[in-house]
Each structure stands twice: as structure tokens, then as C-alpha cells.
Design a protein around this ligand. Structure first.
Ligand code: OGA
Ligand code: NI
Length: 344
């Protein structure tokens, strides 16, 4: 049995070894000594989007999406003070006694705010070494009122900024695909789209070789803006090996999700990733997920289909796609099977 109140509570109580429910089978263990940093991961300077030669930046974004499904952005325009306030607020929330945090507990993914431990405990054989506060905000300003007070104002500012950065990235991605800058906004119905902020807390772990903070998965949405921790911990899977994503101060990790792979018919890649734990310090990360609206149907765009590129995916309703993702539990890139034509 995993902890009902969360893994942080067990760690705070002085637990000295990894409980059985968190021990990964041998083949899924992180083999930490074998993983090195992938320093070839593209770093994109978003100041370049303002410059006359923005085409070069757009091209490098496109290449990053084809080769890696992940890149890091610097000079993204989000003030450091807003990021720090948000991080401090999340730290503050996780310092609350477990009983206070549990007041927000819910397994209902539709709730505006839900405190959860692991990912989806009901469906998991092995649990993830993390607790999270999930927040669905989209364009519903009233949802901020459901947040714990300590997070409310910081989240208002942080989410406004990440939303703006998300739109800039949608425009850049549209251009990189040879589409008009507002294409993705319109196609994905950004006005009513799903945006979530997931505030993750990964407590220190007595034996990081046995368990994972977050097991391997690809994100089901369009793109994710991740404020990784300065402690690192994020890894991606490419060419059959796990590689670590080096933390860069004042940057965001941008990772491509399943929907982007689907509507580009495989041109842009969703990225398989995971989070490892560390023995020393709690790790806080903030992931903002941009997805289409619930009722948006996403399938390969005609532009990416021809006789050499038959459709690899069927069209799915986004809310059904996400519900499948959630119910299945994290399973490498298996979430894509729901839409893959040759897998059904
Ligand atoms: C996620 C995720 C990475 C992190 O929430 O989907 O991949 O660093 N998070 O917490
Ligand atoms: Ni993820």
C-alpha cells in the first residue's frame, strides 16, 4: 500500500528504505551511473524571434521538434521574480501539514484543483515518488479561487506569463510548419483550450536507484512548458538510451506532446521522458500543459499526408484521448496507440 497522504509524509517521518510499492522492476530502474547529460539538446534564444532574422530561429525550433521533441528556451521574457514567487509559494504549500494538503485531495481529474500522490494510484502497479498539486485554469479566471491561498496571487501572475509564452511558441511552431502564425491557436481552439499547471514535489529518496519520481511517459497534450528544478532530474529517451536534460538557469524546457506528433503525422516527435529522484534535496518542478479544447478533434492535417506519407493516426476527440491516457497510467509512449492506425 502506498501512502494515502503522499510520499512526502513518509519521508518526513524518517523512512529509511524505499517501500515495496515504490520499487521498480529491474528493467525499469534508472541505472543512474549509466546516464549522462545530453548536451546536444537544442537551446533556443527567444530574443531571436524579435530579430530581423527570426527565420533562423524558427528553423532551429522545427529541427529540434523533428530530432528531439524537446528543446530549452532562454530569454523567454518571463520575469525571474514571478517565477521565484511561484516556486516559493509551492514550497510553502508543501510545507503545510499533510492534513492541510489533503483538504485538496481528489482523484477527479476534472476538478480545478487536486492534490494527488503518485500519478493515478488506482491504476498503478508501482507508485511514483512524488506528490503534486494539479491546477486546471484554461481561460477561467474564477478557477484561481480554488487554489490554496498561498499559491493564488503567484499563480495568477505565473499563469498569465506562461500562457503568453505558450502563445508565442504556438505561433513559432505554426510558422516552423509552414502554416500561418495563428494556425495552431485556431485549430486547437485556444480560447477554450485546456491548460493545466502541475506543481510537483519530489521528496529526497533513500535509494534513487530503486525508484522513479515519474515513470517514463510522453505527454498527451500539444506542448509542455516545464520549469525544471536546478537539481536536474529530467531525462529523455532517444535512440535507445536515457539521457539527462541539463538544468539551465532561467530557462524553460519545452517538450512536444502526442497531439503535435499526431497532427503533423509523425513529422514532429512526442518525447518519452521520466524523472529520477535524488537522495539529498526535495525537487520542485512546475509543468504547464497546453492542450486543445475537450471537443477538438485532432488528426493528421492534409498538409502532412501524401502517397509517401499515408496517415499514421486516426482522428480522436481530445477529451477521449486524455481520458485514455489517464486511465491507462504512465506507459512509455503507449498513449499514442489510442490514435495509431496500425496499432488498433
Ligand atoms: C510531467 C513531467 C517533469 C518534471 O509532469 O509530465 O514530465 O520535471 N514532469 O517534473
Ligand atoms: Ni511529462
Amino acid at each position: 500500500m502506498g501512502s494515502v497522504n503522499g510520499i512526502k509524509e513518509l519521508v518526513d517521518a524518517g523512512m529509511k528504505c524505499v517501500p515495496a510499492k515504490y520499487v521498480r522492476p529491474l528493467q525499469d530502474r534508472p541505472k543512474l551511473s549509466e546516464v549522462s547529460y545530453a548536451d546536444q539538446i537544442p537551446i533556443i534564444d527567444l530574443n531571436g524571434l524579435l530579430a530581423p532574422r527570426s527565420n533562423e530561429v524558427i528553423e532551429s525550433i522545427g529541427r529540434a521538434c523533428e530530432d528531439w521533441g524537446l528543446f530549452q528556451v532562454i530569454n523567454h521574457g518571463i520575469p525571474k521574480s514571478i517565477i521565484e514567487k511561484m516556486r516559493t509559494a509551492v514550497e510553502g504549500f508543501f510545507q503545510y501539514p499533510a492534513v492541510e494538503r489533503m483538504k485538496y485531495h481528489s482523484d477527479d481529474v476534472c476538478k480545478p484543483v487536486a492534490y494527488v500522490t503518485s500519478f493515478n494510484q488506482q491504476k498503478e502497479q508501482v507508485l511514483n515518488w512524488k506528490d503534486s498539486l494539479r491546477f486546471r485554469f484554461s481561460s477561467r479566471i474564477e478557477n484561481f479561487n480554488y487554489l490554496p491561498e498561498i499559491c493564488r496571487q503567484p499563480a495568477l501572475e505565473y499563469c498569465e506569463e506562461t500562457k503568453r509564452l505558450g502563445s508565442r511558441l504556438y505561433a513559432a511552431l505554426s510558422r516552423s510548419l509552414g502554416l500561418s502564425p495563428d494556425f495552431l491557436d485556431k485549430y486547437l481552439q485556444s480560447e477554450v483550450a485546456n491548460i493545466h499547471l502541475n506543481m510537483h514535489y519530489y521528496p529526497p529518496c533513500p535509494d534513487p536507484n530503486l525508484t522513479l519520481g515519474l515513470s517514463a511517459h510522453s505527454d498527451p497534450n500539444v506542448l509542455t512548458l516545464l520549469l525544471q528544478s536546478e537539481l536536474g532530474g529530467l531525462q529523455l529517451f532517444k535512440n535507445g538510451v536515457w539521457m539527462a536534460v541539463r538544468p539551465i538557469p532561467d530557462s524553460f524546457v519545452v517538450n512536444i506532446g502526442d497531439q503535435m506528433q499526431i497532427f503533423t503525422n509523425g513529422k514532429y516527435k512526442t518525447v518519452e521522458h521520466r524523472v529520477i529522484t535524488n537522495a539529498h534535496k526535495p525537487r520542485i518542478s512546475l509543468a504547464t500543459f497546453f492542450g486543445p479544447a475537450d471537443e477538438t478533434r485532432v488528426g493528421p492535417l492534409p498538409k502532412f499526408i501524401d502517397k509517401d506519407h499515408p496517415p499514421l493516426y486516426r482522428e480522436t476527440l481530445y477529451k477521449e484521448y486524455v481520458s485514455n491516457f489517464y486511465n491507462k497510467g504512465l506507459a512509455r509512449t503507449a498513449s499514442l496507440d489510442f490514435a495509431s492506425i496500425n496499432k488498433r
